[in-house]
Design a protein around this ligand. Sequence first.
Ligand code: AVJ
Length: 312
Amino acid sequence: MDMTIGRIDPAFRDDIRCCFEEENYAIPARWLYDHAGSELFEQITELPEYYPTRTETALLAGYSAEVADKGGKGRAVVEFGSGSSTKTPHLLRATQPAAYVPIDISGEFLAASAAQLQIQFPQLPIYPLEADFMRRINLPDEISDMPKLGFFPGSTIGNMVARTSVDLLRFMRETLGIGSQLLIGFDRIKDPDVLVAAYDDSAGVTAQFSLNLLHRINREMDGDIAVDQFRHIAIWNDRYARIEIYLEAQSDLNFSIDARQYNMAKGQRIHIENSHKYGLRDARLMLRAGGWSPVTEWSDEKNYFSLILAEA
Ligand code: AVJ
């Protein structure tokens, strides 16, 4: 959707204008995922420092059979923010769903990964849905009578502050219905050095991923931001239990975006991402606040990452 050449998403334009015009230097993290950004994120998931993807994938490989045993079998699996769906096969193999509905904001990735999964699961009815799961969604009619298993991996919820997370959990409960289940991934609080390394890797891929946002502004909004004058910064904010990512101006800068002039002073930072981390019982409390009762929690032996199955 945001790939359409020559036409930009008005919500993107509004968010960028708001950032520079009101000098409230913050841009929602969802705009990191244009085509280039989504490809860079795929590279991040393979970095030695970035433990979340491989830890969660191992949990899914190890425990999907238990998810099936705890009532997850034979439902329609609805995946929120499916992206490239690399973790999904473990879950689909174990739970033998009646249907699979991948939901993603980027239609391009969605079609490709649905086609890929259809080859692996030729009998499985797949109904891809291009939508923003932060808003209310109408699920396809074909699955309306089936019990649902929501799937929200990747600690994607970590991008949101607590009140937005709770809103989203409530939306999901409304979308999926009473009696549905939700399997959701949460990244855990751990040694800040491990966390910072995961968001500031030695190969600089995460820095490229962040800086791509400025390239995107230049590409889609006719900007001339000197991207090489910005630096990617990842810090651990213990008070809010989150990694914060910023782009910091390395010199006094003037630039134009959509024929409007802006300036930033050396050292000024644009806040582009939060990645919240959760203590032992934080995630379960948040689920309950959103209307979900936790059934089981699975973690790796270092407690780096948790998968929780909950019921509406
Ligand atoms: C996709 C939100 C789960 O917070 O770990 C990774 C995004 N940003 N490295 C995360 C991200 C920089 C990622 N999530």
